[in-house]
Design a binder for this molecule. Structure first.
Ligand code: SAM
Length: 211
């Protein structure tokens, strides 16, 4: 089989982001703030008990899941992604980490609806969305359109959460600015909406559903 053309690696916005191994090899090189963002996101969480149901939404190769499990290995974790190949990479990575730990991890090949419907497999107590919301919304969407799409998506996420449940978002701005994302969370029914960390274009933000 012919390999993809290496020149796709050399373009300004090029690369093979849908290829799990390539993604993991290049994430830190291309986005040096992505891994610190994951650490900041886990640090921003409240302490999670063993029976906490967590969804890593659009988990890709499972980097957020792994960072979470390093801190809270007892949670009941669902890895959800539309791409079965990336999900398999995530599953392998978690299996490597598992060793003799008794993890409760479910993988779910599913598409997150963008029409306001909830996340498949819920409800969840915590949803993590790292580099995920902009990917679900789509990259080249104009800001006005993006704002309403985010609100609808966030309503669906909110409806997937238990009372008092948290959404933690780690992302870079681009599709929609951070302030507008926070406002969209507010309009979608989240409370205690705030930003925990920001460096350059990367941020960690979150909110919760009222008790
Ligand atoms: C940039 S990757 C982020 C992966 C991972 N969360 C991380 O932090 O590295 C975006 C992911 O979103 C997934 N995705 C995009 N749209 C989706 C949808 N509607 N439902 C489920 N997954 C989706 C892609 O398959 C891809 O794995």
């Amino acid at each position: 089989m012919t390999a993809p053309n290496w020149r796709d690696n050399l373009q300004r916005r090029g690369g093979f982001w849908r290829h799990g191994r390539w993604y993991d090899l290049h994430l830190d090189r291309r986005m040096p703030l992505a891994l610190p963002m994951l650490e900041e996101l886990v640090a921003a969480l409240p302490p999670l008990d063993a029976d906490t149901a967590v969804c890593d939404l659009a988990c890709g190769t499972g980097n957020a899941a792994l960072t979470l499990l390093s801190a809270y290995p007892d949670v009941q974790l669902t890895l959800l992604d539309a791409d079965e190949d990336l999900l398999a990479t995530a599953r392998d990575k978690i299996a490597e980490f598992e060793e003799d730990r008794a993890l409760t991890v479910t993988t779910l090949a599913a598409t997150m609806p963008t029409d306001g419907d909830p996340i498949p497999g819920g409800p969840y107590d915590v949803v993590l969305a790292t580099l995920a919301l902009h990917a679900i919304i789509g990259h080249d969407v104009d800001p006005g359109e993006a704002e309403s799409r985010y609100e609808l998506l966030l309503r669906g996420i909110g409806d997937s959460l238990t009372a008092g449940g948290h959404l933690l978002v780690g992302d870079h701005v681009g599709t929609l600015g951070l302030y507008r994302q926070l406002k969209a969370m507010d309009r979608a029914g989240f409370v205690d909406v705030d930003c925990a960390w920001r460096q350059d274009d990367f941020f960690v933000a979150g909110g919760r559903i009222p008790d």
